[in-house]
Design a protein around this ligand. Structure first.
Ligand code: COI
Length: 365
């Protein structure tokens, strides 16, 4: 299928941000977006990159009523050589299709998906920031658009991709976060949707997040829904602990997101000689490790957050400082290594970078 491109007129184009230190996350979007429609019996049709605009939806569009909505998050980078790269895009594409399968939504052809990202990022390449820790965030999304109120999987969908320049996910940048361990509310349970990137997971997490934020914490650290005993993830990232000499992270057992950055951290840490163990970790084990001094550090991982150190845990009314509230050496090393691979300052031992455009030649004169 050929992707049509309809460019915005120069007059309609927005001013690009001038201060890359103030980009923040997910507030600025470029001049164009990709979209494609789906109808049962017809399949996907009319792929187009067109000027960014509001969507037109019927008030009865099923995504608005029954929550059939999934998304992904990946990034494009301006390499130190001036070329443009994606980081492990196939992982996100496959995960989006796994999300679609679970939510009874249509799968997207992987080649067309990657081509849509490639064409959109290349068209918007002047929006890719160059500063350290900055990138172009890519947000593929699928929503049910069929106008109907009976509860069933919809027969019509819209898939779209928006992109925009981003800096650090947290306003404080790469510095230790404070986590609130929730025992009252849960994020996901076995057999549910915690392992896919469904919008409903994030909506369901907001109430506890609001409580945590009001109390001064950055994020909620979720426990398993049945026993409220085992650590799962942070709503926007996966979680890692350094206990003794091991890097420990909860296993992919159907309730946490199989993060692309989680997988990259596991592979990179192993490559650097750290023993990495995927196993259930109880909150009690972490608290005991904090008390007996074997909890060396903790950090979260995600596309948006990259690697973000955790400096403090709140559990049952008590505060537990991790590494004296400071960024730990492994979090720092992994953060730097991942960024340096993404920008091409370091060799890419796993072949994660995908070049989508060569550096432009400097203009003469
Ligand atoms: C990401 O890390 O890309 C995410 O999707 C997490 C969050 C911003 C929802």
């Amino acid at each position: 299928m050929e992707i049509k491109i309809k460019k915005a007129t120069p007059k309609k184009r927005k001013a690009k941000p001038t201060d890359e230190s103030k980009l923040g996350f997910g507030k600025i979007f470029t001049d164009h977006f990709f979209n494609i429609k789906y109808k049962e019996g017809q399949g996907w049709y009319d792929p187009i990159i067109e000027p960014y605009r509001p969507l037109q939806l019927e008030p009865t569009a099923m995504c608005l009523h029954y929550g059939q909505e999934i998304f992904e998050g990946l990034k494009a980078y301006r390499g130190q050589d001036g070329a443009i790269y994606l980081f492990r895009p196939t992982e996100n594409i496959k995960r989006m299709n796994a999300s679609a399968e679970r939510m009874c939504m249509p799968l997207m052809d992987e080649t067309l998906f990657l081509e849509a990202i490639r064409k959109l990022v290349i068209l918007e390449r002047d929006w890719i920031p160059r500063g350290e820790g900055t990138s172009m965030y890519i947000r593929p999304t699928m929503i049910a658009t069929e106008p109907a109120l009976g509860v069933h999987s919809a027969g019509e969908y819209l898939f779209f991709i928006v992109v925009g320049p981003v800096g650090a996910y947290y306003p404080q940048g790469f510095s230790p976060t404070k986590m609130y361990v929730s025992e009252e509310y849960v994020r996901a349970t076995k057999g549910g949707t915690g392992h896919i990137k469904a919008a409903i997971n994030y909506a369901a997490s907001l109430y506890a997040s609001r409580i945590a934020t009001k109390m001064g914490y950055t994020q909620v650290l979720w426990l398993d829904a049945i026993e409220k005993k085992y650590i799962e993830e942070v709503g926007t990232s996966n979680i890692f602990f350094v206990i003794g000499n091991e890097l420990v992270t909860p296993p992919l057992a159907g309730t946490i997101l199989p993060g692309v950055t989680r997988n990259s951290v596991i592979k990179l840490a192993g490559y650097f000689g750290t023993k990495v163990v995927e196993r259930p970790i109880s909150i009690q084990e972490v608290i005991s490790a904090s008390e007996n001094g074997s909890l060396k550090e903790a950090f979260a991982s995600g596309t948006a957050a990259i690697v973000s150190p955790v400096g403090q845990l709140h559990f049952r009314g008590k505060e537990y400082l991790i590494n004296d509230g400071k960024t730990g050496p492994l979090a720092e090393k992994l953060y730097n290594e991942i960024l340096q691979i993404q920008y091409g300052f370091k060799k890419d031992p796993f072949g994660w970078r995908v070049k989508i455009r060569n550096a432009e030649k400097a203009k003469k004169g």
